[in-house]
Design a protein around this ligand. Structure first.
Ligand code: 0RA
Length: 639
């Protein structure tokens, strides 16, 4: 049953402001501006600039300026309507003072004044005020200049009239508080980049920049009549050539909001896609980016079919096929943008997805039909991408395909053992030819087989498992194991009960070892689960005193040996397996009576998966770090 409504209670939720003092902002600045480092410092400028941009987006301002007055002070000015100076009904103070001193938890100031905004309008100014030692607002309105100053967010006297003024506008001058930011350094390049981006997004607005910190002032102005079309051209500066003569451009008002998009293809394969919602960069994409992608994919597929680039039997171009070399900017302006995700950098609004998709599809189709030479080059590029994708897939399947390894003979460089009993047999996978040579001479050929692998080759192919499988070194290994792979995998055909990875005790060795582990983990998990995979542990030092020779496998062991034997021993640090002669290699690393090997287990599948993901990822730094940290932490089992 509906609750009976009090006649006087006619406030709706959107009229309610949560009004608070500015203390929380100074207590936890990070909550409001992200950080108190350089990003947070510049965020203050963006907040004030955004307000002026909003005024321009609403159609009331076309001139904005950002000035670095000195090392401490920024000024942002616009020729908009001017912040209202009349008393605000809810606070009794002027609207301007309310905007500057009250933390607004919701609602747009004044209500209804704006068609669209980043959603922060009037919210940011009080945050900047609270975090500035000094802030001054000058408003030109109704033929007068109005001024109010603040210190650390507190008004220094009331709003004063300071004579006549022509035109209208707002100017905010502020000095960020060094107590909050520690170091205050305004970065010209960063500010220019932001202004440039905003100028593209607010077609026709002129944004001036001035920097007075050096003796010779620096000035720069931005105004792009082409809007985001010019943005796309800029994004490609210094890159590969466009394959089309004209950048595709669309600007459309829809019921869901304003949609603007620019699209161009380059000879490159790199993709550059940027999405904006109410001029805010959505680095994590969202519904507008989804709409853009489906529009491009659908339109290019339709066009390719209709014009016989794709035959009936051909499969569709995928999203990735049509994205190679793409530079696209989509900018939407909507009434109530929903920013989602941890960083609020993803657009949520589902309704804008189809608005974007439909608008772009229609216009892009028309563009392709009008510019058939451009269209042909774009489609041919996509077809090439599809071909490359299929070739990569085929290469993977060739290796995995039923019987692909059948009929392959044991690799020539495998020095096999005599026994055919897999329980007794051991396969040593050895890094490099020279160590392989020593191992072949030093081994007990009755039960030990040696397969030398060239580590570098594995290294190059690290990122793509199908390339790894197409690699001859890896193929040799698979044939030597005898189990085949994928559907054909049969552990009863395993030719060696123990498979021992023997690499140098350095970072490269660790890298090759982890690559091999990746291969086993992804394609022969059973071998790990059933305990067939081992890691050899060669010594780090040879310590010789007279005729007595000892080997140390760890630093502590070296120290202990040195304490024990005293005297003046000679110490040799092994940098690689190749430094050991065959006898030494046998004695230290291969003789079951004296060696140490560590059994590899996958006890925690999740953890292992994470490890392999880091190893297989394309980012080099975390992988290197990971290998250095974890190379020796595989479960130990001495036998
Ligand atoms: C609220 C209402 C109106 C304008 C503004 C705020 C406004 C704020 C800023 C901040 C920087 N520049 C600005 N320009 C305008 C509309 C008042 C009216 O109806 O005249």
């Amino acid at each position: 049953m509906a609750k009976k409504q009090d006649k006087n209670q006619t406030y709706s939720a959107k009229d309610i402001y949560v009004l608070e003092g500015l203390d929380p902002i100074r207590k936890r600045p990070g909550m409001y501006i992200g950080s108190t480092g350089p990003e947070g410092l510049h965020h203050l400028i963006w907040e004030i600039l955004d307000n002026s941009i909003d005024e321009a987006m609403a159609g009331y301002a076309d001139n904005i300026s950002v000035e670095v007055l000195d090392d401490k002070t920024i000024r942002v000015s616009d020729n908009g309507r001017g912040i209202p100076v009349d008393p605000h009904p809810q606070t009794g103070k002027s609207a301007l003072e309310t905007i500057m001193t009250v933390l607004h938890a919701g609602g747009k100031f004044g209500g209804g004044g704006y068609k669209v905004s980043g959603g922060l309008h009037g919210v940011g100014a009080s945050v900047v005020n609270a975090l500035s030692t000094h802030l001054k607002v000058e408003v030109k309105r109704d033929g007068k200049l109005h001024i109010q100053e603040y210190a650390v967010g507190k008004p220094q006297g009331g709003l004063k009239k300071a004579g006549k003024a022509e035109g209208t506008g707002t100017s905010t001058t502020f000095s960020p508080d060094p107590e909050i930011f520690g170091e205050i350094v305004f970065e010209r390049k960063k500010i220019l980049e932001r202004i440039r981006q905003q100028a593209y997004l607010t077609k026709g607005v002129k944004i001036m920049f001035a920097d007075y910190r050096e003796e010779e002032p620096f000035y720069y102005g931005f105004s792009f009549s082409g809007g985001i079309k010019t943005f796309v051209e800029y994004l490609n500066e210094g890159g590969e050539k466009f394959i089309q003569r004209d950048v595709f451009y669309l600007h459309k008002e829809t019921e869901q909001g304003e949609v603007e998009a620019a699209i161009a293809y380059t000879e490159d394969i790199e993709v550059k896609e940027m999405g904006f919602a109410n001029n805010i960069y959505t680095i994590d994409g969202g519904s507008h980016i989804t709409g853009l992608r489906s529009a491009i994919t659908r339109t290019l597929n339709d066009y390719s079919r209709e014009n016989n680039f794709l035959k009936e039997s051909d499969s569709n171009l995928t999203g990735d096929d049509v994205r190679e070399g793409l530079i696209a900017v989509v900018s939407v302006k909507l009434k109530d943008p929903q920013f989602e995700g941890q960083t609020k950098a993803k657009l949520g609004n589902p309704e804008i997805r189809s608005a974007v998709e439909v608008s772009i599809s229609e216009a892009f189709k028309e563009f392709l039909e009008k510019n058939s030479a451009d269209a042909r080059r774009i489609v041919e590029k996509c077809l090439l991408a599809a071909k490359a994708r299929k070739a990569a897939k085929a290469a993977k399947e060739t290796v995995l395909r039923k019987g692909a390894l059948e009929g392959l003979t044991l690799p020539g460089k495998l020095a096999d053992c005599q026994t055919r009993k897999s329980e007794e047999a051991e396969l040593y996978i050895v890094e490099g030819d020279s160590a392989g040579g020593s191992a072949k001479q030093g081994r007990d050929r009755k039960f030990q087989a040696i397969l030398p692998l060239r580590g570098k080759i594995l290294n190059v192919e690290k990122a793509q498992i199908h390339k790894m499988l197409a690699n001859n070194e890896v193929k040799s290994l698979i044939v030597a194991l005898g189990t085949a792979i994928a559907d054909e995998f049969d552990i009863s055909k395993l030719r060696y009960g123990k498979v021992v990875i023997m690499t140098d005790a350095d970072v490269d060795g660790a890298h090759i070892r982890t690559l091999l582990l990746t291969l086993f983990y992804r394609h022969f998990p059973k071998l790990i689960e059933e305990g067939h995979i081992y890691i050899a542990e060669p010594p780090l030092y040879k310590i010789q005193s007279g005729k007595k020779v000892e080997y140390a496998y760890a630093e502590v062991e070296k120290e202990n040996i040195l304490k024990k034997i005293g005297g003046n021993p000679s110490i040799q640090r092994y940098k690689g397996l190749g430094e050991m002669n065959p006898d030494q290699l046998w004695e230290t690393t291969m003789n079951p009576a004296t060696r140490t090997v560590r059994q590899v287990t996958v006890s925690d599948a999740q953890e292992a998966d994470k490890m392999f993901d880091i190893l297989m990822g394309s980012e080099v730094a975390p992988r290197k770090r990971f290998i250095q940290v974890h190379a020796s932490s595989v479960k130990n089992l001495d036998i």
